[in-house]
Write a protein that binds this ligand. Structure first.
Ligand code: ADP
Length: 325
């Protein structure tokens, strides 16, 4: 059992039913030490339920999970000792001061007083709370409360961190700060974090797991998943021409699969999807200049995680994700 220690997080056929609702349906995955993994999926896909099972807050209906080789049910104390958890809505105590709350959390984690004093100083420093550690939690901004949540998750130096929507409600500046923090934390921790912000995940993680209706539908490095986007990298051109004429001319270029045009103030913006991942810029420019139309922009946009996500969740019969940006 403990040999699974190579995998800091291991889920084996996890299933969770809430009455008639199946929240998680047979989830199996392993995360090795030091990996930072993004956990994605639409609302209701089962992310929070999975995180709650992995952190020992909720028993699965069937299946098992272990953290650093400790079964989350049979060895729950040992498992919890290696876990730091930032839940979706952190139950913080508004009437407590930041340092008081962290001290209280440290006591719950059985940390000795000297350990608590040392670690509270360290996590406040790391999470940018040092200047407000004597403030009442109830008076803090959403961003600072999120930092307190993260500070409590890091308090006992856990090997594994579970972060449920850590950037929810943060402004772009705070999100940038958070990204820097993750970059630093990845040196010491194995991290599983859920988020709705795909662009953020793409920059932050080594690997992405995508859930759909409680099942794993994708598992790979962001680049690998982007490589699976049908139509690959699209070319965007801005041309002074009639939309219909432009569309017809571009469609005749060899290797073009799809053209979407949007007219605006005398110009026409075209988004061209290639067959495969060909770079069509030169042949598109030639097709336009042969007609004598002025061009003011040509850009090739690489497929991103959002394109892949849209492709994955597109209903059969919907327009191709490549054409809906
Ligand atoms: P996500 O985090 O991906 O948004 P959740 O894990 O919160 O998804 O929810 C998965 C499904 O389980 C949803 O259909 C949700 O309504 C249901 N669910 C989650 N928690 C409970 C609960 N405590 N009681 C009943 N149903 C629940």
């Amino acid at each position: 059992m403990a040999l699974k220690g190579f995998h800091m997080i291991h889920a084996d056929q996890l299933v969770k039913w809430f009455g008639p609702t199946r929240a998680v349906g047979g989830l199996t995955f392993s995360i090795p030490k030091g990996q930072v993994v993004g956990f994605l999926g639409p609302n209701g896909a089962g992310k929070s339920t999975t995180l709650r099972i992995l952190t020992g807050y909720l028993p699965p209906t069937s299946g098992s999970a272990s953290i650093a080789g400790h079964d989350v049910l049979k060895a729950s104390e040992a498992a919890r000792a290696t876990i730091g958890y930032l839940p979706e809505s952190t139950p913080l105590y508004p009437e407590m001061r930041v340092e008081e709350y962290l001290d209280y959390r440290g006591k719950l984690l059985d940390m000795t007083r000297p350990d608590r004093v040392r670690r509270i100083g360290e996590v406040c420093d790391r999470c940018g709370l040092s200047h407000i550690r004597r403030r009442l939690i109830g008076q803090l901004s959403k961003g600072n409360r999120q930092r307190v949540g993260l500070a409590q998750a890091l308090l006992h130096e856990p090997a594994v961190l579970f972060l449920d929507e850590p950037t929810a409600g943060l402004d772009p500046d705070q999100i940038t700060h958070f990204r820097e923090l993750i970059a630093e934390l990845r040196k010491k921790h194995t991290i599983l974090l859920s988020s709705h912000i795909l662009a953020e995940i793409e920059k932050t993680v080594d690997r992405v797991l995508i859930l759909k209706e409680g099942e794993l539908v994708a598992d790979g490095a962001p680049d690998e998943l982007c490589g699976r986007v049908v139509g690959g990298s699209r070319v965007l051109v801005d041309v002074q021409a009639q939309a219909d004429a432009l569309s017809a001319a571009l469609r005749q270029v060899t290797g073009v699969s799809e053209v979407q045009t949007t007219p605006h103030d005398g110009w026409c913006h075209a988004e061209v999807t290639p067959e495969g991942d060909k770079d069509l810029r030169q042949s598109l420019v030639k097709a336009v200049t042969d007609k004598g139309w002025p061009i003011r922009e040509v850009t090739r946009r690489k497929a991103n995680l959002e394109d892949y996500y849209l492709q994955l969740f597109r209903e059969p019969g919907d327009a191709p994700a490549a054409a809906t940006a």
